[in-house]
Write a protein that binds this ligand. Structure first.
Ligand code: SER
Length: 340
């Protein structure tokens, strides 16, 4: 009995899962299998071939999935984000690291079983950086992939380590076994900045202040921002993040000089996000009351990143700058969403 070729999307109900599943449905050329702890969001019904409710820590469940589907590409999006992970670091480690190992193992077995290296797309993060203090952050406004890899959060540690695991499973898995045929996975990671979607609000992240502020203003709710107005990190509109994942999936392996790529679109301060939000939604009630602990996390993340490698290797080029993100993407879609 032949199995159906499919793309697996873990964390299907999450912010990126929504964007990616919608994009695949528009393209219509891939059969998508969703996996999430919860039943599929009704908004995604009809857009996937099938949806599996289950835990990435359940190895048997993953085995059952591959008995039915021939997985050739995995978008492993499921994770506990940086703020949430600090409340239960060991649980975060289980989900973020052991969950990733389970999927890397599945990808390796699938590669062997159908003879094609499974592409493994992994969203990493600006949380993999750990700048020691604000002066260093100011002195290094655009960090490269190799600089300051000393994260201070469990989530950042998990993401950085999983990048290394991806490299290991791609090139060195069971390197001492004589009978290994070296058909590893084809691991490709993007270090994403904070993401802003018009359709969903993130949960449990530390870059959430920007999307929370915008969605609150659109609903005429007051918002108290948990970082200082002068806090600067990079952000990107969700459609550009999804485009980047698809572009990296489609890139020729021979053109890729690395497993890990920074990308960025714009890097405003929280105050500039508030100003733009107020212009977009006049009367927005935004105040600043920094939470020292969450502030300390964001202060270790770079002002911005150097994404030359992604631009050179797979022609990354975001469509939306800061102003366009508001005018062409957020305002029209968010207004329509909250009018309903
Ligand atoms: N958006 C993530 C977070 O805030 C960072 O990748 O945790």
């Amino acid at each position: 009995m032949s199995r159906q070729r499919a793309v697996l999307v873990t964390g299907a109900n999450g912010e990126m899962g929504h964007g990616l599943i919608n994009r695949f449905a528009e393209r219509g050329d891939y059969r998508v299998v969703g996996l999430d702890l919860r039943p599929l969001d009704p908004k995604l019904h009809g857009l996937v071939e099938t949806h599996v409710v289950g835990d990435i820590l359940d190895a048997r469940l993953l085995e059952r999935m591959v008995s039915e589907f021939e997985i050739h590409t995995i978008f492993h999006l499921a994770a506990l984000l940086s703020t949430r992970a600090e409340f239960s670091p060991e649980v975060a480690h289980d989900v973020n690291v052991q969950g990733t190992i389970n999927l890397l193992r599945m990808a390796t077995q699938q590669s062997k079983s159908h003879g094609e290296r499974v592409k493994f797309l992994f969203p990493s993060s600006i949380a993999t950086y750990g700048l020691p203090d604000l002066q260093t952050k100011l002195d290094h406004p655009r960090v490269t992939e190799e600089q300051f890899n000393l994260p201070t959060t469990m989530y950042g540690c998990n993401k950085l380590y999983c990048e290394h695991l991806g490299h290991y499973y791609s090139h060195h898995y069971k390197q001492l076994s004589v009978d290994e045929d070296k058909k590893g996975v084809d691991f490709r990671a993007i270090r994403f900045p904070g993401l802003i979607s018009a359709f969903t609000v993130p949960h449990g992240g530390t870059s959430d202040f920007a999307p929370e502020m915008i969605h609150a203003a659109a609903q005429r709710r007051p918002y108290t921002c948990f970082v200082r107005a002068d806090t600067r990190i990079s952000f990107m509109a969700m459609p550009d993040a999804i485009d980047a994942l698809i572009q990296l999936m489609d890139a020729d392996r021979n053109a890729l000089s690395s497993h890990v790529y920074n990308i960025t679109a714009f890097a405003p301060t929280a105050g500039e996000v508030a100003e733009m939000t107020t212009r977009a939604f006049p009367g927005a009630d935004i105040s600043f009351e920094p939470d020292a602990r969450r502030q300390a996390i964001v202060d270790t993340w770079p002002n911005d990143v150097d994404d030359t490698r992604a631009r050179n290797d797979w022609r990354f080029s975001p469509h939306y700058d800061f102003a366009m993100t508001f005018h062409d993407y957020l305002i029209p879609h968010i207004k329509a969403r909250y009018r309903q």
